[in-house]
Ligand binder design. Structure first.
Ligand code: ZN
Length: 333
């Protein structure tokens, strides 16, 4: 993210320590000292950005110890989900320390992203940099193109909101999901712009732009296409690449809607069927028992009467409870 201004002072308050290295100064609280050193080392180890001359201006990196101070230091103009911010006019960036939520991302990548913003604005002080290019470039420079599966899904969802650079510019200020899809699309746009010149990437574009004039003029000089022409091609490619996925996503959504509509009917029917099945099973069991009792009766009836001389006794009847629980039982469902 970038901001034109943020709350002044901020990190340089009493509790913060200062870490210097090269053109960088990191302000951090003691609990974030290891992070501060790691960030400082990473920034110094890789201090060039695609297509730009090596930056020389001093940069200040403030690490906020908690969410409250992070919000305080970045000011009210930044969306709630913003993980970090760059303030080009002051060549300063504010990050979250170790208390940051995991949604804030890998701090090394986040720092690289913010430093890319600062480097871009430092190299093009008079240019009017559109937001899609600013964010797309920072994400491109930070290598934030690796999360392809997630990215593709996000792209699919975003693709139907109209793929145009103007739509992207407003998308950064939407909710977190829309913004992350917008970042993904903007990153692709910058990636494709760089791919127009396999050898020099973005270098000529930035050099021409620095000389003055508009982005459109610089794109035309560097790549021999108009910005509008590039935009149409990019949108077409996004549609081709992610259109099928978007349809699949829609089908997925249709499935959910169908389930909500038909689900209760299906459930009622299933319950009815289950009740009917239970009744059948019970009736079966009763019929079985009846048949068994009848067989026993028939067997007993077939036994020859006792020989004469013996006291007569009535033929044994069915067991006393044969009629009760078996024949009399009704399926209870
Ligand atoms: Zn950014």
């Amino acid at each position: 993210m970038i901001a034109t201004a943020a709350a002044p002072g901020g990190a340089q308050d009493a509790g913060a320590r200062r870490f210097d290295g090269g053109r960088f100064t990191v302000y951090a609280y003691p609990e974030d000292a290891p992070l501060a050193r790691a960030l400082l080392d990473a920034a110094r180890a890789r201090d060039t950005f695609p297509g730009l001359p090596r930056p020389t201006r001093r940069v200040e990196i403030a690490i906020a110890p908690d969410a409250r101070r992070f919000r305080e230091w970045i000011g009210p103009g930044v969306p709630e989900w913003g993980a970090a911010i760059a303030i080009p006019a002051e060549q300063r960036t504010v990050l979250q320390g170790r208390s940051a939520p995991s949604s804030a991302g890998d701090p090394l990548v986040v720092l690289r992203h913010e430093l890319a913003h600062l480097a871009l604005h430092d190299a093009l002080p008079d240019a009017e940099i559109p937001r899609w290019l600013d964010e797309g470039y920072a994400s491109f420079a930070a290598g934030e193109t690796g999360r392809d599966d997630f990215l593709a899904l996000q792209l699919a969802l975003a693709a139907r909101r109209g793929s145009s650079f103007a739509a992207l510019d407003s998308g950064f200020l939407g909710g977190a999901t829309r913004a992350s899809a917008t970042y993904a699309l903007a990153t692709r746009a910058v990636q494709e712009l760089a791919a127009l010149d396999r050898e020099r990437g973005l270098a000529l574009l930035f050099a021409y732009w620095r000389e003055g004039g508009t982005l459109d003029a610089a794109v035309r000089r560097a790549y021999g296409v108009t910005l509008a022409g590039f935009e149409v091609r990019w949108a077409e490619r996004m549609r081709r690449r992610y259109g099928a996925l978007a349809v699949a996503t829609d089908l997925g959504l249709a499935g959910v809607v169908l389930l909500l509509l038909v689900g209760p009917l299906w459930w009622a029917r299933r319950r009815r069927d289950r009740r009917r099945l239970a009744a059948l099973v019970a009736a079966d069991a009763a019929a079985d028992a009846r048949a068994q009792a009848d067989a026993i009766e028939a067997l007993l009836a077939a036994v020859p009467p006792p020989s004469s001389g013996a006291p007569a006794s009535p033929p044994p009847g069915p067991p006393p409870d044969a009629d009760g629980p078996l024949h009399g039982r009704r399926p209870d469902a």
